[in-house]
Every structure is written in structure tokens, then in C-alpha cells.
Design a binder for this molecule. Sequence first.
Ligand code: FAD
Length: 441
Amino acid sequence: MRQKKRLGILGGGISAVSLSYLVPRGKFETTILEKENTIGGLARSFNKEGFVFDVGPHIIFAKDKKILHWMVAMLGENKHRLYRNNCSFYRGRFIKYPFENGLAALPKEDLFECLYHFINNNFTGEPKNFKEWMYATFGKGIAEKYLIPYNKKIWKIDPSKLTTDWVGGRVPKPPIEDIIKSAIGIETEGYTHQLHFYYPLKGGVQSFVNNILRKAEARHGKNLMIVTNCTVVSVIRRGEEWVVMDNSGNERVFDILVNTMPVHVFVGKIAKFISKETRQDVLHLRYNSLALVFLGLEAPKRTDRFAIYFPEEDTLFHRVSYNDYVSPHLSPKDRSSVTAEITYRPGDVISKMTDATLTQHCVHELHAKGIIDRRTVLLKDVLRITYEYPVYDFNYAPYTKKVYGALTSFPNLYSCGRFAEFRYINMNDCIKSAMEIAKKL
Ligand SMILES: Cc1cc2nc3c(=O)[nH]c(=O)nc-3n(C[C@H](O)[C@H](O)[C@H](O)COP(=O)(O)OP(=O)(O)OC[C@H]3O[C@@H](n4cnc5c(N)ncnc54)[C@H](O)[C@@H]3O)c2cc1C
């Protein structure tokens, strides 16, 4: 009889690393298998010519005080706390973020329509989809000027085809007092759970994940093994055990398996042990991909803003971040950087653009809008991430139920994290999920 159970964690993002820390001490031999050459997943950073970029700008926050406390403790000394200084770019103006809290900066006609329709909202009945929810919650003005175009850009689908299942915690309804104050120019704040956030002083968000890993290694010693450059190619059930094969032909045997890889990937790996129906069902879970355009600039930080949201159709990107806002150590001296984010779907126009074309578009649009001076662009890089946003369309509820119904029927198998659970969640909820699984082990 083995003294310690063998725990295999597939994928090495923040869910995996957090879980590896959280597993009860002395009871498990844990192995993380990660296909990239570094841990971190969506929360990783890379250094190119002295510029540190997050693979999608990240901030560290949580509504849940216990999780926030855990995250702050994991950051250790390498952290600072920041105020969210974001805005939206609307008709050539910078509007404080979220849009409904910056109404006073709108052109007068737009301001009137936003305020009038918020107060005098003629939407009746229960909203049946996300589009109706936006009308019902914010009124025609804010919905049509900002929320609908912005969400179309992100989700690549008409918001009437999305459910409201995910919006509750993410898009809070502002009180009428705040809207009136915002309209007459009295400062108010929305989305207050992320009004202040933490960020590592050095090393980008990657250093947060690295810190968790360091603490996990200190806690578990030789009972924790990290294998990078290791692509899981198949997962089989042999008797009471899980057998995982990697791209180098290695076979590893585990008593318990936690999948943190995207569920689409995992179902493919375990295909022989899962019904054809489940393999079809997972294909109904729609997701979007993201292209990131990273620009290193031969110019010092030019603004005290962090992220700018772009609802208008004439720009390819939906968000641009001045990375140096979150840390002075992300760029070499007297230089700075920005990251532009563009969602796309397989086969659409953006997916077919070459990296060079994508970059060219971004530089042109950023220059035209005064976000950067194109003459200062020193470094360009592009990264595409396939699994970025789970899409809550009307297939979401029935098909997640079917897919997870099938996966949870296996003994000693857990799903943990954003794409493994197929939920639109941030790092805090990935950690929460890891905490819940650790308790069950
Ligand atoms: C653009 C963007 C911005 C974000 N901003 C924030 C933010 O500001 N704050 C916040 O809290 N959260 C943010 N998030 C969300 C956050 O990044 C995720 O919730 C979190 O990182 C997900 O972690 P995970 O471990 O569940 O999944 P992942 O990070 O996706 O990890 C899964 C891992 O599995 C690996 N893998 C895949 N296939 C295989 C295979 N065959 N074999 C082995 N390994 C494999 C992958 O390489 C990856 O490392 C953001 C997300 C995005 C996309």
C-alpha cells in the first residue's frame, strides 16, 4: 500500500500552481505537466529586449477577502497597491471607466440620451438575453453608445445571442445617484471591487505565479515535481489508475488527476474513454481567441492611465494598456510599452491577418488616436491565444451540463480553472476553485 497518493495536475497555469501549494502536506506526490517551457498559462509574462509583457495585462484583485488575503500573502514583498485609472475612448474623448461613471465627459447630446434613458427606461418585463439586460439595466443611451458595441467587439456575436448567466457579479448596476452625479461631473466610482488592485513591483504577473510555486516547493519539497515542455497527448483509465502519456513517449501513473487544461483539449486526450456524444457536446462550447500586439516604445511613460477601452468599430482592438502604469520596472530606462488586445474567432477576418498586418493596423490606429507616436516604436511582437474567453451563448448551460455530467462520472478526476471548468473567471476564482478541490482530496 502506497503511503502517498500520486496526484497528476495537467497544465501549469495559476490553477495548477495554486493547487500544488494547497494540497495537504505529506499526503501526496504531486506532478504538474505543462506544455510550455514555463509555468503561468494565461498569467505568464515574457521579457523581450528588456521589456516585460504580461500575456494579456493582469491585475490582482478579489471581492472575497479571504482569497485577496491569500493572494497578497503569496505576492510577498514584491508588490504594490494601485488605483485603477482606466477610461474608455469615445468619439475622440477619454471617458472615465466604467463608462456610466464618466458621463460628464460625453458630448452634450450623448450625455442627455444616457441620462434620460437611464432615468426614463421604457424596457418592460424580464430581460431574456444579454442585449435586453443591457437595455433593462442601463437604458437605451448607455446600452447603444457603449455597452452593445463594446460587447459585440469582445464576444464576436450579437449580444441577443448571449445569456445573462455570467453578468451578475461582473457588471453591477449603478445606483441612480451615481449616474446623476456622474452626469453633472461629481466623481463616482464603479466596479469598486477592482478599484484598487495589487501588482508585482518586478517581473510582471509571472512573478506572482513564480512566488506561489516557490512557496509550494518550500512546503512540499521533493513531493512536488514540475515538468515543463511536456505536452499531454493522451489520458487513459487503467483499473483504478490514471495513465498520462506525453509527447516524449513518457507514461506517468496517478491515483488522482486534476485537469486545468482547456476542457476541449482534455476531452480530446481522454477520447477513448468518453462517449462520442460527449466529444460532440464539447464542440458546442464556444470560445473566443485573442491576439495581443506588444509594442516597446523609445519614449518614457506618457500618461498616468492604465487601460483604455475602445467600443467603436473603427478600431481593431477593444483594449489598450499602458503597461508602465502598473510597474516602473517593466521597461528599460526612458522607454515604455503598450499592449493592444483583439478578440477573434477561428476563420474570421482577424484570424486570417498576418502578424505584420495586425501590427500595422494597431500602430496606425494608436497613432491616429494619439495613444502612441508611431515614430517611437522600437519593438513589435504578436501572440495569439486560442482559448481566451468562454462564450455564454444559449448552448452554454445545456452543453456544460452534459460535458461535466460525463467528466464527473469518472472517479478521482477534477476540473480546475478557467477553461478546464469553462467559466469566465479570473485568477481569484481559479484559486478559490483550487482551494475547494484541495479540501476534497
Ligand atoms: C487577456 C486576459 C486578461 C486577464 N486579466 C486578468 C486580470 O487582470 N486579473 C485576473 O485575476 N485574471 C485575469 N485574467 C484571467 C486569468 O488569466 C485566468 O483566469 C487564469 O490565468 C486561468 O488560469 P488556469 O490555470 O485556470 O488556466 P491556464 O492559465 O489557461 O492554464 C492551463 C495550462 O494548460 C496548459 N496546457 C494546455 N494544453 C496542454 C497539454 N496538452 N499538455 C500540457 N499542458 C497543456 C497551458 O499551456 C496552460 O499553461 C485574464 C485573462 C485574459 C485572457
